[in-house]
Design a protein around this ligand. Sequence first.
Ligand code: TZP
Ligand code: MG
Length: 222
Amino acid sequence: MGRISAKQLQEQLRVYFIMGSNNCKKNPFDMLKEAIEGGITFFQFREKGQGALSGVEKVAFAKELQAICQKYSIPFLVNDDVDLALALDADGVHIGQEDERADIVRRKIGDKILGVSAHNLEEAKRAIEQGADYLGVGPIFPTNTKTDAKEAQGVEVLRHLREHGITIPIVGIGGITVDNAKEVIRAGADGVSVISAISLANSPKESAWRLAKAIDDALHEK
Ligand code: TZP
Ligand code: MG
């Protein structure tokens, strides 16, 4: 099979929903299903922060979310926890700069999808050298979801990376909503990754649908 192609990943990353148990104000399984019905294209299980599940509870929760993703053919990635990703045979892993080095994770996961968070050109280049398939770049806008997030960088960081030769798939992250998603795509991202725009929406389905529509419209302008 080999590693996923940049082109295929670019398509899959358009509407990237990230969630853990503490991001949900209603039943997480219903929410994920609604988000999928609305049009999300990619999912990351991110179980961290206050009240996060651990041990067998975390594994059981992850499995149930993964089963939903599998039913609808949505890629299922695990944040940080490489061992869990391998145990579940997830589609891939997303790691940050404070996690295990990307080249070590790449060796562990073989051809599974590897996403790496990058905040600047240097981190982006290193992540690519070490085997990243895509980059998560942000926070683009201020976010209330990640308490230890760095300062928001605006969409300029995306433009900067593209102007300096970064061609692999990129998703913007941080404070992205239906109203600002187009700017993120116009600045050079292939997709947007969101937590609260979907997880805290009154209708996750409608929110996902509107995000997908905004992104589709912005991509067609290109
Ligand atoms: N990394 C940078 S910002 C962020 C993460 C995980 C949180 C994104 O959440 P939201 O609710 O979409 O701003
Ligand atoms: Mg991390």
